[in-house]
Design a protein around this ligand. Structure first.
Ligand code: VGL
Ligand code: ZN
Length: 274
């Protein structure tokens, strides 16, 4: 049996477990939260053989753009890029290929949305608000699984889009994370699992059926957007070369890749989107 098949088989049994864990959950990231906590536990187990990496993902060979497609560019802001407050490794490498994909969407007259992490000073997700260190584990309603350095404070330089990111193609900008005590990783629904950002309403009104997600960070805002996107009935495509991960706590990335596979997110190289 090939490595991929083996992983998929494991994925299936894990999915069965996830389905059970998710009983009673109708919408949003509720299932994701419980399951992620469960998965994190297994990821720190050194006997865990399920660790998957980006190179294990099965890729779709080619995707043709349709008019019901939208590109969501997640949090390409100074604070998530080198020299920012919460820099994501390699984040700068994806700027130019994201611009090029955005241009393709624009040329096809497809809707492009940019999201912007936008926190009030002293936001509850900041370690400094709890006299703790960044990346310390922390769970409370709408916050966690770790605390963050102060980042993307509303109106600050760090919250601005990186100047090299081509913003002129964006048809809409969705801000998120602006409630003091609740974070919003997902572009669709805040971490309280009930407050909508308005993105799904916008996309539904415009007749969008499929979303392409790129940007930062792969294992937080992109991941939760992908899962919510699926739960809200969208087809979700992730151009895998256009997103980079934080991977904190360690093993988090592997868990979320597995979860996205299980939820029917499609992976593709951005060059193969035409
Ligand atoms: C993000 C952590 C905190 C993200 C935002 O954009 O992935 N991660 N705030
Ligand atoms: Zn944030």
């Amino acid at each position: 049996m090939t490595e991929k098949k083996r992983l998929n088989k494991k994925g299936l049994s894990r999915r069965a477990f996830i389905k059970r864990a998710a009983v009673g959950v109708t919408v949003g990231v509720a299932a994701t939260y419980g399951v992620t906590a469960m998965m994190q536990k297994s990821s720190t187990d050194s006997t865990n053989v399920d660790m998957i990496t980006i190179s294990d993902l099965e890729l779709v060979s080619k995707i043709e753009l349709k008019k019901e497609d939208s590109l969501i560019i997640v949090d390409m802001q100074n604070d998530f890029l080198p020299s920012g407050a919460l820099p994501v490794n390699g984040g700068d490498k994806i700027i130019s290929p994201i611009n090029s994909l955005a241009e393709r969407f624009h040329n096809h007259d497809n809707i492009i949305v940019m999201t912007q992490d936008w926190h009030p000073p002293g936001h509850h997700s900041f370690a400094s608000s709890h006299n703790k260190e960044p990346f310390e584990p922390f769970e409370s309603e709408g916050i966690g699984p770790v605390l963050w350095p102060d980042h993307c404070v509303e109106g600050s330089k760090g919250a601005e889009f990186h100047p090299d990111v081509e913003g002129r193609f964006a048809n809409a900008i969705i801000r998120k994370g602006y409630h003091q005590n609740v974070d919003s990783y997902s572009a669709f629904i805040e971490n309280d699992m009930k407050t909508y950002t308005g993105l799904s309403g916008l996309l539904n009104t415009l007749g969008i059926k499929r979303v392409f997600l790129c940007g930062l960070a792969l294992d937080y805002c992109v991941f939760y957007s992908a899962i919510d996107g699926r739960n809200l009935g969208f087809d979700v495509v992730l151009p895998i070369d256009l997103s980079k991960a934080i991977d904190s706590p360690p093993g988090h990335l592997s868990n979320v890749l597995q979860k996205m596979m299980d939820e029917g997110v499609q992976f593709v190289k951005s060059d193969n989107i035409a």
